[in-house]
Design a protein. Structure first.
Length: 465
């Protein structure tokens, strides 16, 4: 083997400093390795020591429609109560924002922590879904069961707080109503007492009293007209019977009274017998015949006895000729029936006249009373209208108080669980994929940065050489 050595005339290239270059390269590799080890070590340590978090998501929904109640009172007035939809009318106030503040309040969170039996509850994540009536909640827990339990506890505490606010609002509203009811009751009682005082002082029972008197007057006028018509008919019949018997009603009444007396009838019979005997005797003998004179004496005795008896029975004497003119017959005869009709008709005429007179007197009394009642009734009606207004106000206010007790969702609408809190299947943090991805990106960036720094340093060294 032949080795060719350079001749003195030939020059050799300068020797390259191999050790410093290798050292710098090794140093960069070591730094890059250490940086990557640190990045991945921190990632693994984080995955090891970071607390596991489970997230439970659920949501509430508010109703979209309202409700209303309307009641008409028979005594007057009406009651209406309505709960408008919390999203109606384009209101700029969203009730969900109120519920969000309630859910995030320390009062509700503390109550939820007591219910869930945890020392630190944490702040829930609340989101209002646009263009809906939905409120979304996210609750974190160390275990799936704890996350679910904390969600249920938050809902229970939130619902309890809302109910407290509703009760407080109802109590305050009732206190305002009670003062109004007290004023309405005072006015109603004053109106009632005023009516009682006026009825007592004015001697009037009701507003219909004057109308009742008017009705009574009209009825009495009708009865008066009927009585006078009946009186006219009876008077015409009385005149007809008197013409038929050629007797006045008084004479007919006297005849019945005398006919009922047996002693007078005996005297009348004796007088009739003597009169008949005188006619017979005078036809045979003269007026001075002893038998004629004897019978004439008997006739005079009978006539005197009839006059005395009629004076005793009727209070006034009746001449024998008048008694003879009456021509009383036994009961059942046609003339006796006419006498009876004449007397009864005369009695009916007198009764009708008395009844008409009494009715006319009563009508005058009632008309005078009715004129006095008109003004008193008008004043009583005005007092009763005032009482009806006071009663309607009192009843309506009291009814509004009762109806308002059921209107508990006006300021704080009803809430319902739309999506129930469920058990999380996997932890939400830490997520290994995100940690490894972050570690990988960090390693890549660190390696790239160190490589770029090494290349820049290398070029700088080459330029200096």
């Amino acid at each position: 083997m032949t080795i060719l050595l350079p001749t003195p005339s030939q020059s050799l290239p300068p020797a390259q400093p191999l050790r410093p270059s290798l050292w710098r390269r090794a140093r960069y590799l070591l730094v890059c390795l250490l940086v990557n080890v640190v990045i991945w070590s921190f990632s693994l340590v984080y995955l090891k020591v970071a607390p596991v978090v489970y997230t439970c998501g659920w949501s509430l929904i508010l109703p979209g429609t309202g409700s209303g109640v309307s009641v008409n009172l028979s005594e007057g007035g009406s009651i209406s109560s309505s709960t408008a939809s919390p999203f109606a009318g384009g209101s700029s106030v969203d009730p969900r924002a109120n519920y969000k503040s309630i859910a995030e309040s320390s009062t509700v969170i503390s109550a939820a922590a007591k219910i869930a039996k945890v020392t630190k509850f944490g702040k829930p994540k609340v989101k209002l879904v646009d263009q809906t009536s939905i409120i979304e909640f996210v609750i974190e827990g160390k275990t799936p069961e704890q996350a679910q339990q904390k969600s249920l506890a938050l809902f229970a505490a939130m619902e309890h707080r809302i109910n407290e606010l509703r009760e407080d609002e109802l109590i305050r509203r009732q206190q305002g109503f009670k003062s109004v009811i007290g004023e309405a009751r005072t006015k109603l009682e004053a109106a009632q007492q005023e009516i009682l005082r006026y009825k007592s002082s004015a001697d009037i029972a009701s507003t219909s009293q004057a109308q009742d008197i008017v009705g009574t007057i009209e009825q009495m006028r009708k009865e008066l007209a009927e009585t006078r018509a009946q009186q006219a008919r009876m008077a015409a019949r009385l005149h007809s019977l008197g013409s038929s018997l050629n007797l006045t009603p008084q004479q007919a009444a006297d005849a019945f009274a005398l006919h009922a007396d047996a002693l007078l009838q005996q005297h009348l019979k004796d007088w009739g017998d003597s009169t008949a005997a005188l006619v017979l005797y005078r036809s045979k003998w003269g007026d001075n015949h002893p038998q004629v004179l004897k019978e004439l004496a008997k006739q005079r005795v009978a006539a005197s006895a009839m006059l005395n008896r009629s004076q005793l029975l009727l209070g006034h004497p009746i001449h024998v000729e008048t008694l003879a003119h009456m021509e009383l017959r036994p009961e059942g005869s046609n003339r006796a029936n006419l006498f009876s009709d004449l007397v009864s008709t005369h009695s009916e005429v007198d009764a009708s006249a008395g009844q008409a007179k009494e009715l006319d007197h009563q009508i005058n009394l009632f008309e005078s009373r009715q004129r006095g009642l008109t003004k008193r009734v008008a004043h009583l009606e005005a007092l009763q209208r005032n009482m009806q207004v006071a009663e309607a106000v009192f009843t309506s206010t009291l009814g509004k108080l009762d109806v308002g007790k059921s209107d508990i969702f006006a300021s704080y609408p009803l809430i319902q669980i739309l999506i129930e809190p469920d058990l999380p299947e996997s932890p939400s943090a830490p997520k290994k994929a995100f940690v490894f991805l972050g570690a990988g990106v960090g390693s890549l960036l660190a390696t790239a940065g160190l490589t770029i720094g090494w290349l820049r340093n290398k070029r700088k060294q080459e330029k200096l050489a």
